[in-house]
Write a protein that binds this ligand. Sequence first.
Ligand code: C2E
Ligand code: CA
Ligand code: CA
Length: 364
Amino acid sequence: IGQTAMRLLQAAELPVQLGAGRSTGEMSASMGVARFPRDGDDFDTLLQHADQAMYRAKTMGRGRYAVFQPSLVDDERVAAGGDGELLSALDNHQIQLYYQPVINISTGRAVGAEALMRWQHSQQGVLTPARFIVRAEESGQLQALGRTTLELACAQVAEWRQMGFRTGPVSVNVSTSQFRHADWASDLKNALERHHINGADLAVELSEGALMDDAENTRERVQAMRKLGVKLVIDDFGTGPISLARLGELQPAMIKLDPSFLLKLADDPAAQAMVAGVVGLANSLAIDIVAEGVETEAQRDALARLGCVLQQGYLFAHPEPAMPEPAWPSSQWGSHSLPTTLGATEGDADFALMPLDPSPKVVR
Ligand code: C2E
Ligand code: CA
Ligand code: CA
């Protein structure tokens, strides 16, 4: 399915001639996949699920496909954000960041957190990005949204630092268009300076697609980030077009394994072999690897057995608004001294520890 989807997407991206040979145009497509009979046994259900998967593909960046996964979909059908509604949301501080920790399950401690955007909508309650990001991109408001999230994340990091709380790096999701915007590097630099925080306190999560455009351009942008000390994280790893050569060249600090790898992990040897391979690859390139979307203890344990101890998911914590007193403890990732089996390591010894929550679910 993946190969076919990529072929179709690539075909759609071929330049098309507009009018009588005067100019050419380029398109990109996003694709959602639903499978019969797993995802529905009638046409309407399949189409609806493919549609939901397509929305997810769009939130991941342009030119992507996504396969429907029941567990990854909220009610994503109703898009919000038309008619300047989003702009007024930005003005009225309705855009917020929630934070979800990344846990080192061998210590039960957080090693960082991901900032996830939420819209505190006056009528519809808290909206996840799937409900408004596509509309924001189509209406050209994604840039403003991206600046806002960068600003919010930096302000939060600064506040935590002022309170003497050393979180690991906080990672911000950056859309492909934001990353490719001419102002990207200066926006990032300004945000760090304005809030007096170190680049190392921040990480930027980019999709594989975002890093696959013009090689020279991408290299410059990644270098600008590196100069500021900001870590590069490749999101949804394993679903996109990044080659191994490119991975070695980009040298991200971290890759986040796409949740689709977890679905069959417990009982499918092929899925296990794939994850083990990616973990081995990451280890040998000194890249930290995080499994995302960990929902069950079986997944947690299977991942641990395969050497993947950095995990993120509902099993440990849902994304939550930043609390005045941070709920998770500090430490660092990026040390590359990660254990390949369960058990504490030296690297964790100097973390300033705080209890994860009163009744940690991750203690084994
Ligand atoms: P992502 O970057 O892959 O983020 C992970 C998504 O999985 C988040 O959805 C998170 O809430 C969800 N998640 C975490 N643990 C679990 C789990 O155990 N099970 C399940 N089913 N889901 C889990 P969310 O917050 O709805 O965000 C969706 C996507 O929207 C993100 O995917 C990211 O691509 C995009 N996004 C989020 N915040 C921002 C932002 O500030 N800027 C941009 N450009 N995109 C953002
Ligand atoms: Ca992410
Ligand atoms: Ca992800």
